[in-house]
Design a protein around this ligand. Sequence first.
Ligand code: SF4
Ligand code: SF4
Ligand code: SF4
Ligand code: F3S
Length: 428
Amino acid sequence: MASVYNWQLGRGMSYPHQEAHSQLQFAFVFNINRCIACQTCTMACKSTWTFAKGQEYMWWNNVESKPYGGYPHNWDVKLLAMLEAENPDGQVWRTKRKTPESPYGEFKGKTIFEAASNHRSEGGSMRALGYVPPDEEWRSPNIHEETAAGKIREKDQWGDSVELPEHRVWFFYLQRLCNHCTYPACLAACPRNAIYKRPEDGIVLIDQERCRGYRKCVEACPYKKPMYNSTTRISEKCIACYPRIEGKDGVLSPDSAPLETRCMAACVGKIRLQGLVKKTADGKWAKDPDNPINFLVRERNVALPLYPQFGTEPNGYYIPPRWVPRSYLVQMFGPGVGDALDQYCCPDRELLSVLQLFRTTQQIIFKFRIEKGRKVAEVESTLPSGKSAVQEIFNDTVIGYNKSGREVTRITVEEPTFERSKNHVNSI
Ligand code: SF4
Ligand code: SF4
Ligand code: SF4
Ligand code: F3S
């Protein structure tokens, strides 16, 4: 095994391949607080890519209800239990020392790569700790939708159970697709070298000519995002809608600039923002604070990776749901949860502006700029951590630019309103 640096863990880790990095990296931020579980994203992907024979149970994008839902069933509970058995001292983070290269502190446990050496699977040793879900676990992709956890205390009314900072009866929606990981477990596990990560944008693809259906990728991916097609007998996965990323849609992308993917562009709840972030030759995220994804993930740490302890350095990031018990969120998104929620619940001027950019254009925004506006409100609030804060709200304008530097979106913090003239008061 080679040694590679995983900034989400704040340390080097073992990985079956030598360190090598793409120039840009496909990445996305999902604001869980806004999702309405309409599944428009899910259907946008299905109707574009997975409507053929053999793909009936294939949902490259899915939205599941947590804590009980999962596609395949219980995928994360199973993985966490396997990892827990390999980490008898717990999946522990040391958070005292944080640096720009280890923003969440340091993970002290074993990742799926480091824990694999004690395990064998059919045909040889494992390269990443995992399992192949049986067929029945791929059925019912939206099982346990909106089933809540928790209970109300004696003498409480139902309304008392939904007081912030944490609801006592709770669930939330988790939106999922392949994370186009920096250190993909699927790629590490394939004995045919049929999986590759594109050097130009970090998108992870299965070469359909090379794949022989060994399903080691299905076993190794901790997020369970490669899927076996029993008709073609090879595996498939999210392709990050790469023709759109390459700007090949001449109608929507007149200057051939990259477009957001289908599942991102279709999002009704405006929870999704997707981008391409710059990497340095040694795999770090380049300093690029005017890129909105870079701003939310690296400048502010307000969007966090899903199960960073798995060790694949996933490139999907989530603004955690503000009403959910913190211990659950820390297990899922790591120790940055408290800081992320404090910022999200009382965003400063710049963060509030960037949050307006979600779903205002299908073009990928490479850079934003803020034009300052007048102050419109001042709000006193108590942060989730219990600290007091005063939020000043300004009606700033945020402008987004695509890869060519062309302005593609412009939006103010206050929503514009229009009054109909008296002549047309009852018309639309
Ligand atoms: Fe591979 Fe899974 Fe990571 Fe996607 S999420 S790149 S399938 S390891
Ligand atoms: Fe499907 Fe494209 Fe979304 Fe991947 S990025 S889940 S291929 S719509
Ligand atoms: Fe959630 Fe958006 Fe998907 Fe609807 S389209 S389920 S709001 S992520
Ligand atoms: Fe390799 Fe997965 Fe195909 S392990 S051979 S890409 S099914």
